[in-house]
Design a protein around this ligand. Sequence first.
Ligand SMILES: CC(C)[C@H](C(=O)O)[C@@H](O)C(=O)O
Ligand code: SF4
Length: 481
Amino acid sequence: MSVPRTLFEKLWDRHVVRAETLDTPAVLYVDLHLVHEVTSAQAFDELRRRGIRVRAPHRTIATMDHSTPTTPGGFAALPVLDDANRSRQAQVETLARNCAEFGVPLLPLGDARQGIVHVIGPELGLTQPGMTVVCGDSHTSTHGAFGALAFGVGTSQVAHVLATQCLLQTKPKTLEVRVDGALAPGVSAKDVILAVCATLGVGGATGHVIEYTGAVIRGLSMEERMTVCNMSIEAGARAGMVAPDDTTFAYLQGRPHAPTGAAWDAAVADWRALATDAGATFDRSVTIDGSALRPMITYGTNPGMGVPIDAAVPDPDRLDDRAERENAWRALRYMGLTPGNPLAGTPVDVVFLGSCTNSRLSDLRDAARVLRGRHVAPNVRALVVPGSQQVKRAAEAEGLHHVFQEAGAEWREAGCSMCIAMNGDQLRPGQLAVSTSNRNFEGRQGSGGRTLLASPLTAAAAAVTGVITDPRTLLAGGAPA
Ligand SMILES: CC(C)[C@H](C(=O)O)[C@@H](O)C(=O)O
Ligand code: SF4
């Protein structure tokens, strides 16, 4: 009998080209390399300087997402092509030139398949179980939802992977995050991962790859599993993953890059064998009672500073550690929140529905559940930004854009948008946003802007009432227990 192994260990073993030694990391083979405009330019420059070609262009694909405008028509249609817009445009043009020169397939602005890198990989069937997936982007952990080992890498590693299709890695430890029970109505995948981040803390999973297990995780759709895996990095994890199962296979079957015919059957048989073996052990395990979870929201300036939406702002003075206490006070001063006050009822200026965490069709449907037949509060600007052109078309096919527009929200083109504020969509200083994205760092959504992370249901509820609101009060039959 072979030694029982975890999902992570099976993937690691399959991809090691050269084992780790005392003084050198392991060499890992990379099955899929995703590229975007922000972290690739210097990597291509490096290849050019050294006269190296891209080793496996067919395992590489690029999209434009971070710096692209989300107004229809792209750069050409912008009212002002100021310096900032010109430099964004130069960035995407550089990517287009690099892809043409190095033979890398590209989904440019205007392409029907363009979108946020972590949304398009799965929806095109590029991301598959058992793969190693890398991208010069920390939220590459999203792809782990498929039972892939998916890492974010830095720009110099992007160059390594372009040149060699391999990556140097020291072997991470394993952490099981088990979410048992069943989620109550109005509680979503975003609430699960915000609770995980609050439980582990921002550095809590450093050096580990998380495998999410338990009844709640098994019951999530692929889109919801992506939301969970997406924010693994916010707890410090190297990657997050979910073992592939029938939900995974049903999502993948028929997608453009998924195997077909006999190759599909063989792939599914292989993928099924990836699940963690009975008796395999993790370096650490954490259990969360999913049945006890309530909608979550952050109050501070890192994603681990989250509480149930009906809780009060935590008092920093209750923290024993001096550095943590000072950090918490600084966060509350920045956020303009007072310890002991309820979060619910706090006025909101902007609601952002989008980002690689929550911009897929199911997220937009959740938002529409709340917004249908209602109106965005007069003091609120609400933006709905689909994660890809494909999501946009699917949402329009079922009329969701009408729901948003009739409610007074903006319906925009696909991209990172206000998640990162490097494309013209941003908060003004002092504005407070409820956002479905994944980072609430100081100034993340615009200099001086303040961000509270929450689910699409919670964000939509804030849009309607103009204040932080428990979404269960607005859902049919979903009053808080
Ligand atoms: C621009 C990119 C390097 C960055 C990342 O790595 O995550 C961005 O996507 C983000 O979300 O902060
Ligand atoms: S949507 Fe946000 S988190 Fe995701 S890749 Fe873009 S900037 Fe990064």
